[in-house]
Each structure stands twice: as C-alpha cells, then as structure tokens.
Design a protein around this ligand. Structure first.
Ligand code: AMP
Length: 391
C-alpha cells in the first residue's frame, strides 16, 4: 500500500503537490475546469493542515518557444484562486532565484503555482524524458512531495517520477480514490461485465487480454467491433478496420467464445454526414460505414447489463461526437445509471461522453485519466504511483 497525504505531517512544511491542471484553454479562457475542481480536495487539505503549498502541473505540449504563450498556467492560477477563495501566487518560472525566493517566503497555508513543467521540454525534453537533474532540482525546492496527478501517472516524467525519488512522498486524495475504485475490479461482485468500444483494437489489445480472462461478459462495440466481425468473415464495408489485429480478434473469439458479445447490427451511413440506415451484420455493402451499434445490439447489451453486478466501460460505442451516432452510447449510459450496480467508467472519451450527456454523478466512479485508467485495466503498475513511498 502506498502512503497517503493523510499519513504525513504537513505542518509548516514546503509541500510540493503535482496536480493535473492540463485543462483546455482557448484565448486565455478555460473551457472546462473539471480537472482543477478534482484537485481541490488535496489542496484544501494541505492548506488546512498548515502546509506551504507549492503546485506544479504540465499543460499541453511545448515544442517551440511560441507554444509557451498559449500554454502558460497563468489563467489556471486565476481560476484556482476563485475556487479556493484565497490568493494563489503565480510564478512564471520553472526554476531560478525568483521561484526559490517566492517559495522560501511562503507562509503556512499559502499557495504558490509555478509555471508549466513542460516549459522545461524546450531544451532536451527534460520534463518529459525525466531528466534526473531536473527531478533533483525540483525536489530541492520542498520538504515533501505529494502526487495527485492521476492522469499523468502512467508517464515517467521529472515532475512525478523524477522528483519523488528525492523526497518523502505520498499520494493525494484523487489518486487514492482512483486506485480504490479500480481495486474493486480485483475481486468483483459477479457477473462482471466489461464494455469495450472506441476506435482501434490495436490500442486495447492489452486490456482485452487482461480482462477477457477475468470477466464473465465482454461486450464489444464502437469502431473496434468491425475488426472482430471481419475476423468472422463478415463484410464490414468501409467501417474502421484494423487489418493487423484480425488474427488477434480471431484468437480471442475462439478462446473466449462464451464471453465475447459482438454487435448484431449497426447504424450505418455511406458518408459521415449522410442518411443513416440500420443494417444487420450480413447486410453491409462495400461502401457502408458502421458508425454506431444498432437497436438490436443495444437491447442485447442491455439484457446482459441488467443481470450484471459489476461493470467497467472503456471506449464509446459509436461515433458519439455526432448526435445521430450517439444513441448506443447514450442508451447504455442511461440503462447503467438506473441500475444499482457498481459501474466504473474509464477516462478519456467515455468519461467525456458520460459527463457531457448528463451522467456526471450517476456512477460509482468516472475516472479522470484516459491513458492511466487504460493501463490500470491492462493490469500494469503506473510509474508515477509505483515510485510513491510505501506505508
Ligand atoms: P478510443 O480513443 O480508442 O477510445 O476511441 C474513441 C473514438 O472512437 C471516438 O472519437 C469515437 O468517435 C470513435 N468511434 C467509436 N465508434 C466508432 C465507429 N463505429 N466508427 C468510427 N469511429 C468510432
């Protein structure tokens, strides 16, 4: 078990908290502040417990000097200050005297946010390649390191893995909550059903291999279903097809034929913005594109979900960004929201769909990390968490 922030004395200590403030910003306006809100519990706890709070986060990608302007954390500091109801001192540096002095002048309960850690990527990708000098330098700025950036914990960067090697460390509430929710899947109440969707089989091979053996049902929808259908000999027309994964799909279907449930029909179109037509698997013409699971598939999935007790879902069941292909994803969200089941929604697109379609508080857990939750489902340990001190 990893140490939690609750088990560390923060009083009067310089506490560096790695948060995930990687929010969408356009022309200086924050379009979605969910990630900032998600970090408040840990920050408020640190303030209340007398810490001198030093926040660090990445934002976007920094490849050239001009990327800095649109990826400064300054707007985040303003929003954070409103959400916390207290001043946040923003230092537009990632190192140097100004930053060091500001940190050394912090009083207990005060909050400082330093500039985007990826500004250090301009010369030699120091942050993203976990440059050990950089990790050591950032560690020298504080007494304690708390990692609460679940969304980046599958990456090995200087601001999570590098820094924690040189300081006593613990996890924040967000990471703790994410881990305890995914932990439920280690010993799930059965029947245990996995729903997988999204674009490519290739990206989900690890998850399929790991979960197929653990679950009772594996429902497959979205673009990736067509590679499975193709491996059974169906003509999938112009639907998404991952040719290199056909053999893998065939093997999985043979190995887990009683668990894997594929779509029986699809909402199709000839072009993305064209007329839609419901087609069974054997009715596809060469120019048909399957863009959502069809109504019979939705019914079939619902029937299994109603008798399931634990459900984990990663990947939308159709091209949900367009209303006319969002029905499968919406109807399954709706069904799950009405059942008293343990429902874990993976991060990324599935989480955005759940939140945007109005189901934010309807499930056991909606993960805040796309890549990180996918790697947990693959059964991997996340380097940003692995490196945190054990209890
Ligand atoms: P992923 O990141 O692999 O979970 O993929 C998510 C993306 O898959 C979303 O942008 C969806 O629009 C897309 N997607 C889901 N189903 C389909 C489909 N049938 N055809 C094309 N794209 C799809």
């Amino acid at each position: 078990m990893k140490k939690s922030i609750r088990e560390i004395d923060l009083n009067n200590k310089k506490v560096i908290i790695r948060v995930d403030f990687n929010v969408p910003i356009k022309d200086g306006i924050i379009l979605d502040d969910n990630r900032i809100i998600a970090s408040l519990k840990t920050i408020n706890y640190a303030i209340k417990n007398g810490a001198k709070v030093i926040l660090m986060s990445h934002l976007g990608r920094i490849k050239e000097e001009k990327d800095k302007d649109k990826n400064t954390l300054k707007p985040v500091s303003i929003r954070l200050s409103v959400l916390l109801g207290k001043p946040v001192l923003f230092i537009n540096k990632t190192r140097g005297e100004e930053l060091e002095n500001a940190i050394n002048n912090l009083k207990s309960g005060e909050v400082l946010l330093m500039e985007n850690t990826r500004f250090e990527d301009l010369e030699g990708k120091k942050e993203s390649l976990n440059d050990s000098e950089l990790g050591r330098y950032w560690a020298s700025l504080g007494d304690i390191f708390i990692n609460d950036a679940f969304g980046t914990s599958h990456r090995s960067h200087a601001s999570n893995v590098g820094i924690s090697k040189f300081l006593p460390s613990g996890m924040g509430f967000l990471i703790e909550e994410e881990l305890s929710n995914f932990d439920v899947l280690e010993n799930p109440k059965r029947p245990y059903t996995v729903i997988l969707g999204g674009a490519k089989v290739k990206d989900k091979i690890g998850v399929i291999e790991n979960l197929a053996k653990k679950c009772d049902y594996l429902l497959i929808g979205g673009g990736m279903a067509y590679t499975f259908l193709s491996s059974l000999g169906y003509n999938v027309g112009a639907s998404l097809l991952d040719k290199n994964s056909i053999e893998f799909c065939k093997n999985m279907l043979e190995q887990y034929k009683d668990k894997i449930v594929l779509p029986v029909d699809s909402t199709t179109s000839k072009v993305l913005d064209g007329d839609i037509e419901l087609k069974n698997n054997d009715e596809f013409k060469d120019d048909d594109i399957g863009l959502d699971i069809g109504s019979n598939t939705i019914d079939k999935f619902k029937e299994i979900l109603k008798k399931s007790e634990t459900i984990v879902w990663n990947g939308p069941l159709g091209y949900f960004e367009l209303e006319k292909y969002s029905d499968g994803t919406k109807q399954i969200l709706d069904t799950l929201s009405k059942e008293k089941k343990i429902v874990i929604i993976g991060g990324g697109d599935t989480a955005s769909a759940a939140i945007n379609f109005g189901y934010k508080d309807k499930f056991t857990h909606i993960s805040t990390g796309g890549g990180a939750s996918l790697e947990l489902l693959e059964g991997k340990t996340l380097p940003g968490i692995d490196v945190i001190d054990d209890k």
